[in-house]
Design a protein around this ligand. Structure first.
Ligand code: FMN
Length: 324
């Protein structure tokens, strides 16, 4: 059945798009234990896809376990989005999200990402052109403002996106200027939801099932990002809290098995060399709170092969159990 945001169970529990983290291996890991979670891919340049960049194409590896997966694109040229959308549809995207929230200097300098908040006409044109050229639903992830939160500006920007055809909005409760500092303010998203008739997902600082429940309020869903670092199973805890009836079907693995499974998925999707390089940061985060963590961290961030990593994990396991 064709994916539509209208048909996704409420509340929607979404894994945030995070460059360098939410790759296919990570998404498969999350979906193994929480199949009801909706995963967003890392952002991919519409320009690069248009110009046939193999690196960008490789970024959009999608396994059927991840479905329905939302592919996030960034850029500023409507025609490039059309071409990129054709490609990602063929690659298995269930829906397309447009990044209008990235605060990175390089991205903004090219008038991509959250710079589009300063150009509502172009932002709406991209949504409109894309919505009319693909059969996939188009959504937007954005922030509450660029330099500051101006209520009227924010609502009118979002209403323009809705009028242009956006089928869902995700609101990260910070301005671009804030980057990732300060506390996310979800109030603009709650107010927005009262004014528009498409689903709204809130995002920012969800770090536990309790905070997910507390922040949801009148919204259609919550999106979780950084709290998944070194703890992908938080997606399961949050999903299970909202959907307790489905819990037993997907039991929790033990921590060491989880890390090994992640390694295997990373090696399977990217090959051993690249896969292990990608895994280093994840492994360091998996074992943050373990005894002798800093010594192990130094080793984990240097691992080169799957075997080496598995041996190290066994060592950590034995050391941890000897401490108990
Ligand atoms: C390392 C990193 C990479 C990110 N990459 C993206 C991205 O590709 N696209 C996007 O829309 N947001 C990206 N974000 C923002 C997150 O999706 C999310 O909006 C933000 O982290 C706030 O949510 P959180 O408090 O749950 O982490 C990124 C954030 C981090 C920390």
């Amino acid at each position: 059945m064709k994916f539509s945001w209208t048909n996704v169970d409420r509340p929607i529990v979404a894994l945030a798009p995070m460059e360098g983290y939410t790759d296919s291996a990570f998404r498969q890991l999350v979906k193994t234990y929480a199949p009801g979670v909706i995963c967003f891919t890392e952002f991919t340049s519409a320009d690069a896809l248009k110009y046939n960049s193999q690196v960008s194409k490789n970024k959009i590896t999608i396994d059927k376990l991840e479905q329905p997966v939302v592919v996030q694109l960034f850029g500023k040229y409507p025609e490039h989005f059309i071409e990129a959308a054709k490609q990602v549809e063929q690659m298995g995207a269930a829906a397309i999200d447009i990044n209008m929230g990235c605060p990175a200097r390089k991205v903004i300098a090219s008038e991509h990402g959250s710079a589009l908040m300063k150009n509502p006409d172009l932002a709406a044109e991209i949504v409109n052109v894309l919505s009319n050229s693909t059969s996939l639903e188009v959504s937007v992830k954005t922030r509450i403002g660029f330099a500051n939160f101006d209520e009227n500006y924010f609502f009118s920007f979002c209403e323009k996106l809705v009028a242009a055809g956006a089928k869902l909005l995700t609101i990260h409760g910070r301005t671009t200027k804030q980057g990732y500092s300060g506390k996310a303010d979800w109030n603009p998203a709650y107010e927005l939801k009262k004014r528009i008739n498409i689903p709204v997902i809130g995002n920012g600082d969800v770090d536990s099932p309790e905070s997910a429940v507390e922040k949801l309020k009148n919204l259609d869903g919550v999106m979780i990002g950084r709290a998944t670092f070194g703890n992908p199973l938080i997606m399961k805890s949050i999903y299970d809290t909202f959907y307790p009836g489905k819990k037993e079907d997907y039991p929790l693995p033990n921590w060491f098995e989880l890390a090994k499974k992640h390694i295997d998925l990373s090696v399977k999707t990217k090959g051993e060399k690249r896969g292990m390089i990608e895994m280093r940061k994840h492994l360091a985060m998996y074992f943050r709170g373990f005894p002798n963590a800093s010594e192990y961290r130094n080793k984990l961030v240097r691992v080169e092969t799957r075997d080496e990593a598995f041996k190290l994990i066994e060592e950590i396991k034995e050391f941890a159990s000897a401490q108990n």
